[in-house]
Ligand binder design. Sequence first.
Ligand SMILES: O=C(O)CCC(=O)C(=O)O
Ligand SMILES: [Fe+2]
Length: 193
Amino acid sequence: MLSLFPAVPELPEGFRYFPDFISPHEEAELLETVTGLELHPFLFQGFEARRKVKSYGHDYNFDSRTIQKGKEIPGGLKQLIAKVADWLSMAFEDFAEVLVTEYPPGAVINWHRDAPPFDVIAGVSLLSNADFRFRPYDKNKRGRQHIMRMNLERRSLYIIQGEARSEWEHSIAPVTEPRYSVTLRTLRNKLTH
Ligand SMILES: O=C(O)CCC(=O)C(=O)O
Ligand SMILES: [Fe+2]
């Protein structure tokens, strides 16, 4: 049963985790959609990461640090977006950006906070589990004991907002099996175009 009570109370404030947010059938349908998309290696300051991405709705450019209107959201993702919006009592349109990421075996996402223009982050995991980590953003508060780890299960949903968004960074350790994620993000300030 899905419940609004956080399943992982010891993780940072503002992080919520809901295992089995989608059914195996919904996961299979989403996998059909995401494996049919043309993803490209994530590029940052000329460095090519092993994970592949594609964003829809709006695009954040990491080099110019600006946000622009992007590609149309694929039909096969719309039901998921509606389900997440419903679950959070938000509107479909609140999710300005939809990011699809593919992690081939060995791929990671390094320590980061998501880009400043975004506000709430919702992540759905597909195909395999991941070793998801948090550490304080403030270097002075960091130590080995401050890394919090959790097993992010396939078909789960997580939400990052509040302190988990502003005071903590997150990362994913090298995956051992292929994994996909669909990340939905709201904007801090509504765009005028
Ligand atoms: O794959 C995930 O669930 C995490 C993705 C992520 O942290 C990001 O794209 O900012
Ligand atoms: Fe992130």
